[in-house]
Ligand binder design. Structure first.
Ligand SMILES: NC(=O)C1=CN([C@@H]2O[C@H](COP(=O)(O)OP(=O)(O)OC[C@H]3O[C@@H](n4cnc5c(N)ncnc54)[C@H](O)[C@@H]3O)[C@@H](O)[C@H]2O)C=CC1
Ligand SMILES: O=C(O)[C@@H]1CCC=N1
Length: 266
């Protein structure tokens, strides 16, 4: 089964590298990429064939669309003449609905909408997938196997996709923001930057591993750290006073709303 990736920026390369690591034959992969210097970089790095979008659409069994949401209509208009019924089109773009895609491609092309995230680069990705209206189990299973090469995959109804985008799609950026803030705070407290960085990163990895391995609720894990009248209680009080919880709610609502707007092409 050959797979084409159209749009090989950050997320397109993340998918490509994951497929290569998972053992997909490079001669069964191809890339369509607008920027020629970027195309050459990928040819050099992975030995993958870079072809025109139309050739990719005509030759591949599965076509992954990894261009920006704002570029999706143009790419679909370009490749629609080369697509055929039974082919699988997987869109990784935020906001873009399966209905948007289905209305621009030949009838019978199966469409799956995916929301991946960048930890896929280290095979710890979280991808959610939702079927379009001409999708059967084999199409969904193929999309699942594509994304499973870089991490976990969850099947969801498409109506949850904007909320999922706000959580796991954009989520790594929130975590990196928290990490950056904690490192800066460590430097303010007088620690060398390298020390602060090592402390914060390992604290993050350890806490994430505890969440995954114990399956305990985060409130339980937080309470275990919070000694009565101690340091953690003092810190958490400040986080509440500064409305960090409310800020997360507002931030994720903004991301969800932006995902909805992207569907309208803005
Ligand atoms: N970066 C991330 O963490 C995530 C990104 N996504 C989605 O992935 C998609 C791509 O995002 P990024 O990789 O971050 O953006 P990017 O800007 O790094 O990559 C987009 C690539 O598409 C190429 N491109 C644009 N028009 C093209 C055309 N007509 N034909 C061929 N290639 C074309 C660009 O040259 C660029 O290399 C977006 O739709 C985004 O919503 C989804 C989840 C996470
Ligand atoms: O920021 C964005 O629009 C994309 C979608 C989710 C993560 N990055």
């Amino acid at each position: 089964m050959s797979t084409a990736i159209i749009g090989a920026g950050v997320m397109g390369e993340t998918l490509l590298s994951g497929l290569v690591r998972a053992g997909r034959r490079v001669d069964q992969l191809m890339v369509g990429e607008k920027r020629s210097e970027r195309a050459r970089e990928l040819e050099d790095r992975y030995g993958v064939a870079v072809v025109s979008n139309r050739e990719a659409a005509a030759k591949a069994d599965t076509v992954a669309l990894v261009v920006k949401p704002q570029d999706m209509a143009d790419v679909l208009a370009e490749i629609a003449p080369d697509l055929r019924a039974g082919q699988l089109l997987v869109s990784l773009a935020a906001g873009i609905t399966t209905a948007f895609i289905e209305s621009r491609v030949p009838a019978g092309v199966a469409v799956v909408r995916v929301m991946p995230n960048t930890p896929a680069l280290v095979d710890e990705g979280m991808a959610a997938i939702a079927p379009g209206s001409h999708c059967d189990e084999s199409h969904l299973a193929e999309a699942e196997s594509l994304m499973a090469s870089t991490g976990k995959v969850l099947r969801i109804p498409e109506k949850q996709m904007d909320a999922v985008t706000a959580i796991s799609g954009s989520g790594p950026a929130y975590i990196f923001f928290v990490v950056e803030s904690m490192i800066e705070a460590g430097v303010h407290l007088g620690l060398p930057r390298a020390t602060a960085t090592e402390l914060v990163v390992q604290t993050l990895v350890g806490s994430a591993t505890m969440l995954r391995e114990t399956g305990s609720h985060p409130v339980v894990l937080r309470e275990q750290v919070t000694s009565p009248g101690g340091t953690t209680a003092s810190a958490l009080r400040e986080l509440e006073i500064h409305k960090v919880r409310a800020a997360f709610l507002a931030a994720m609502e903004a991301a969800r709303n932006r995902s909805r707007e992207l569907a309208e092409g803005s």
